[in-house]
Design a protein around this ligand. Sequence first.
Ligand code: GRG
Length: 325
Amino acid sequence: MVNLLEALNLPHIDEDLARVEGALRRAVTAEDPFLTEVAGHLVHAGGKRLRPALVLATALTAVPHVTDDVVQGGVSVELVHLGSLYHDDVMDEAEVRRGVQSVNARWGNLVAILAGDFLLARASEIAAGLGTEVAALLAATIGRLCEGQIGELQTAYNVERTEEAYLQAIAGKTAMLMSTACRVGALVAQLPRPEVEALTSLGRSFGMVFQIVDDILDIVETEEVLGKPSGHDMVEGVYTLPVIRALALATSGGDLRALLGRPLDAPEREKARAIVRASGGVEAAAGVARRFADEAVAHGRGVDGAETLGELGHRLIDSLPVEAS
Ligand code: GRG
């Protein structure tokens, strides 16, 4: 998989992300040492820091150097992301996240939920320091994440899940925060309104690509490459775009429909993955992702210095082990 931070090709990315890292660690420090440990757990575990990098990248289209406000913008979006991961892992009963034991597995659901709330509170506090518009944006983003996740829950194990329902769910659960990251960078760097809007749309389109690619990888990649069991979405009843496309095809749809609609054991999961891989559904999903990547390029053309950022979705699709159809 392509390294997106490298693909952004920012001149001082290591130094700038080191500043984000310092501020992030300070932001998750609580008065209580136990809460500090729990809230810092996934921060210390790593993660790509893609969303703060998007804040930096959009801001750097307007300003020559990353300011402290841009750093704080990056911290606030990463904190929302972290808070959502804490809650998501409770919902999924996940054991592992970012290569370490998940917070819920280590300390239980109650602690994980409260620590997730704490991260969201810190995100809100930091956003408020960046102005009313950023504060309102972060609040609206948290709401959209919840809506996206609820949409996904409502269609769990539903073999009639529509492509529209899928796209709406991922727009909320993933693309909104990528879009917000780009908007925060643009707002804090005080770009003119048309550029703010173009970068917001760019982030949204890129976020759609990011999630579709993630959903494709769950079907096509091995557990070793993913660092988690593949086919997990189907096991959990989350029928993503390659599956929705395979279900719609006459050749694969019937066999797949007979398997899905309920939890799967390991042999059933492998059978379902094989059907989807052979169906052409993966290539069709990559084709949809490519259209969102094209949209991102078009939005990037509206902003001087955003060409590389606009191309990021294409870099991701190029790294897939399948061709788009
Ligand atoms: C309370 C904010 C809040 C949300 C509640 C649980 C929930 C609603 C939403 C979950 C949304 C979710 C987990 C979406 C998936 C997002 C995603 C693509 C995660 C993986 O992102 P990466 O690959 O992860 O950037 P790293 O670990 O590298 O940061």
